[in-house]
Design a protein around this ligand. Structure first.
Ligand SMILES: Cc1cc2nc3c(=O)[nH]c(=O)nc-3n(C[C@H](O)[C@H](O)[C@H](O)COP(=O)(O)O)c2cc1C
Length: 276
């Protein structure tokens, strides 16, 4: 049946699709997509990179405000300073290409100045619109890159060092990193990260989480059958102890308890975003 292999790989269950859905090779590719963190020595040609960036900036943009900017980090010393901020993710320093996708609420204010109008784009709306634009450009870039056989890894952990990143990249007020992006030809096949079923993520007409618990339990079991998180990788056992069955939901709940992003919030408030 159509897409059976890809659907099973992505969700660990049968498709439930009718047999007359159109055959689209690119959709098969998207269903099979995965993040890559190890790259071959092979360089990414400049022209190809520019083409992919053009695709990225073709993404939809809220109100046509065009509030995404990308910093292409070419200078090896700047790259090493960025990589040094996150030593446990060596792919930031080793990927053939490193880009930083930024939300850019600054440019609209500059455009206002050029036209003689005073624009205040430092509210929550400005931050949110710029973030969404940058995220859409990022994902459009990733899908275009994967289509030509490249591999990518977004890097949002740089937001935990927003002050240092802004200093290294000389970001003006109201320009902030949404995520870095490692890019290169994959050195290995990688693996597909199984997703929650549509029964959880798709709601028909009204939001409905009546069967969330059982759906998540079943998802945990499907994921575990493909790849079991080793006992030594259970998070914070000194706080939560070890559990006999340690699935995705236990792992993500433990991860989400850890505070993250507090410095990013402080950075935004100190750099022009009142967030009202
Ligand atoms: C916005 C965003 C930020 C991410 N940040 C990081 C990161 O800092 N480091 C990393 O190794 N992977 C990062 N990732 C990759 C995710 O871990 C990965 O997408 C997720 O585990 C699902 O795997 P898949 O993309 O292979 O399906 C990020 C992904 C997204 C979308």
């Amino acid at each position: 049946m159509s897409y059976q292999t890809e659907w099973r790989a992505r969700f660990g269950e049968e498709t439930g699709l009718p047999s007359d859905v159109p055959e689209v090779p690119w959709v098969r590719q998207v269903l099979m997509r995965r993040t890559h963190r190890r790259y071959a020595e092979r360089p990414v040609p400049d022209g190809l990179l520019r083409l992919l960036l053009a695709a990225a900036f073709s993404a939809s943009s809220k109100s046509d405000f065009q509030q995404a900017s990308v910093i292409q980090v070419e200078d090896p010393s700047l790259r090493q300073r960025l990589a040094g901020l996150v030593p446990d993710m060596p792919w930031i320093g080793t990927a053939p290409v490193f880009l930083v996708f930024c939300g850019d609420a600054h440019r609209l204010e500059r455009i206002g100045e050029l036209r003689g109008h005073s624009v205040d784009n430092g509210k929550l709306e400005g931050f949110f619109n710029a973030t969404v634009d940058a995220a859409l450009a990022l994902q459009t870039f990733i899908l275009a890159a994967e289509t030509v056989g490249l591999g990518c890894c977004p890097i949002s952990v740089i937001r935990n060092h927003a002050d240092a990143v802004a200093a290294i990249l000389r970001l003006p007020e109201k320009v902030f990193p949404v995520a870095g992006l490692c890019l290169g030809y994959p050195a290995a096949g990688g693996h597909i990260s199984m997703r929650l079923p549509l029964a959880v993520t798709l709601h028909t007409n009204c939001y409905d989480e009546a069967r969330l618990g059982e759906a998540v339990d079943a998802y945990d079991r499907r994921r575990d059958a493909r790849y079991s998180i080793p006992r030594e990788q259970q998070r914070s056992p000194e706080v939560f102890g070890h559990t006999e069955f340690y699935g995705w939901s236990e792992d993500k709940a433990r991860q989400a308890i850890e505070p993250e992003g507090l410095r990013f919030s402080a950075y935004l408030r100190a750099h022009g975003f009142g967030m009202e």
